[in-house]
Design a protein around this ligand. Structure first.
Ligand SMILES: [Zn+2]
Length: 325
């Protein structure tokens, strides 16, 4: 049997020890190169885009630049997902590495222990890394001529704890006894290609989104759930009845299932509940991990850091601290 990718040498190109041993200047250069790839790491003013910039390091040694044209100061992370950061760049690099190395997701409490951060800081930081991964989903078109794509849905969140005494327990199959917070993650996964998830109240609500997002020339694979019936009008759809087989007559949704397996393991093993406003971010994280699962961890770290530094300030967390103060 072939060796699993994660056991191979090619999967491990960056270790925690490598990052710990790196010189401060090298960490700075790495971030500068990821932030300003078009100038090979030469600083570009974050306010006006000018190239006439000089080093204006703080007495503490923290890297800062001053723009000759507009006179404003900025750092390597100004205007990016890591804007207004308080931690050294190395801490970010370590956080990204720890985050990427956990192939099923990272517990934020573990991250807070490993980096000596408060839980809330680790929570916000990890969500910014998910936001960085999600940059790749923006406006993504799925499918096309000759592309096979699998779709499936699974429910997350909205757990209602049963009462202690049997006579007080309610039948949780009835809507009136549910929390109303349960949501359905629906995924479209191209074979040998990209994965895109979205969150809905029910599986049936997803069909409009699928029709909009997926090229009509795509061959769709789906299970026997009646929610997908309306897709036959727009796509060639192959159905697989899981009561009979997981793969039959060329129809199979195993890759979509494998995405849900990863997300479910992240939920049960690390996060415990992933409902509410952040569910989509967890789903996007799992899809990013699926899409790049055969890349080395060093590649993944560069990719996440590069996405974060190319992105504008966080849409989820700008003003988060002020709101919750
Ligand atoms: Zn400027």
């Amino acid at each position: 049997m072939a060796q699993h990718f994660l056991l191979s040498k090619a999967a491990k190109t960056l270790s925690l020890l490598d990052v710990v041993k790196m010189a401060d200047a090298d960490v700075e250069t790495l971030f500068a190169q990821l932030r300003w790839p078009e100038t090979q790491g030469e600083a570009v003013c974050a306010h006006c885009g000018s190239l006439t910039v000089y080093d204006c390091r703080r007495p503490s040694g923290a890297p800062r630049y001053r723009c000759k044209d507009c006179g404003k100061d900025f750092s390597i992370t100004s205007g990016t997902l890591f804007a207004s950061h308080k931690m050294p760049l190395r801490t970010y690099l370590l956080a990204i590495l720890l985050f990427c190395n956990e192939v099923k997701g990272k517990s934020m409490l573990a991250m807070s222990r490993e980096l000596g951060l408060s839980y809330k800081t680790a929570f916000v930081l990890c969500h910014k890394l998910r936001e960085a991964m999600a940059q790749e989903h923006k406006g993504r078109e799925m499918g096309g001529e000759g592309v096979q794509a699998e779709i499936d849905g699974a429910y997350f969140g909205g757990y209602v704890k049963p009462a202690n005494l049997r006579e007080n327990r309610k039948d949780r199959r009835f809507k009136v006894n549910q929390s109303g917070k349960r949501r359905c993650v629906v995924v479209v996964r191209e074979r040998e290609g990209k994965t895109t998830p979205q969150v809905f109240k029910t599986e049936a609500e997803a069909t409009h989104w699928i029709k909009r997002r997926v090229d009509p020339a795509t061959v769709i694979h789906a299970d026997e759930a009646p929610s997908w019936n309306s897709l036959h009008g727009k796509f060639e759809v192959l159905r697989i009845n899981h009561e009979i087989a997981y793969s039959l007559d060329g129809a199979c949704t195993n890759q979509a299932e494998s995405f849900f397996s990863r997300l479910r393991r992240a939920e049960q093993g690390h996060h415990h509940w992933i409902s509410g406003p952040y569910l989509l971010r967890y789903a996007q994280e799992a899809s990013w991990r699926e899409d790049h699962r055969r890349r080395s961890n060093g590649w993944q770290v560069n990719r996440v850091a590069g996405n974060a530094l190319a992105a504008k300030q966080s849409v989820d967390f700008t003003g988060y601290w002020q709101r919750s103060a």
